[in-house]
Design a protein. Structure first.
Length: 186
């Protein structure tokens, strides 16, 4: 059952990327779908415009913490995060059920391979691989921090970037995409 769930999450992640990549190669505009925001949590503030070359971050004051991340040229959100207080570039993946990282990154974060049980089968573009459950003490983007975040660790050959999935995102008060920006609130 876990293999099926992880396979569906990876497929959900890969399909939009393939469409975005194809649209970019054909010169077609890439549409972004805005995520619904919980009632009563709208803001009349305007968001800053950003350079398409790299993500831009903004923190706003108020009752909760808010971070705004601009999409890169390819439409992806690739902020610098801190996992276990170590700065790591990540790819925000709303279609992934979990934060996913490779063994090399896990070592940088203080997770030892000898302490991980690779007993979860996942399907990737490179085929089926085994993954291990892990827990990150903290995951932070700007001033937003979430503690005790579930993650999956995969072999280095199976994953070359950290995917910031719903084991982090679902713990936020809200997140949405609007006008090429990812807005996180906690």
């Amino acid at each position: 059952m876990r293999a099926l769930i992880v396979t569906c999450c990876i497929a959900a992640f890969a399909a939009p990327l393939a469409v975005s990549h194809l649209q970019a190669r054909l010169g077609a505009p890439v549409a972004q779908e805005a995520m619904p925001q919980p009632a009563g949590k709208t803001s009349a503030k305007t968001e800053p415009q950003s350079s398409p070359l790299r993500p831009v971050y903004q923190t706003s004051a108020g009752s909760g913490r808010r971070e705004i991340i601009a999409a890169g040229r390819n439409g992806h959100f690739k902020p610098q995060a801190k996992l276990n207080r170590v700065a790591i570039p990540v790819l925000v993946d709303t279609g992934a059920s979990s934060v996913a990282l490779n063994k090399s990154t896990a070592r940088k974060l203080g997770l030892r391979s000898s302490q991980l049980q690779f007993d979860v089968q996942v399907s990737t573009a490179n085929g089926n691989v085994m993954a291990a459950h892990a827990k990150l003490d903290t995951v932070s983007i700007g001033k937003i921090t979430v503690r005790d975040v579930q993650a999956l660790v995969l072999d280095d050959d199976a994953l070359d970037t950290v995917l910031l999935g719903n084991s982090f995102l679902s713990r936020l008060r809200s997140y949405r995409v609007s006008d090429g920006r990812l807005i996180l609130q906690n």
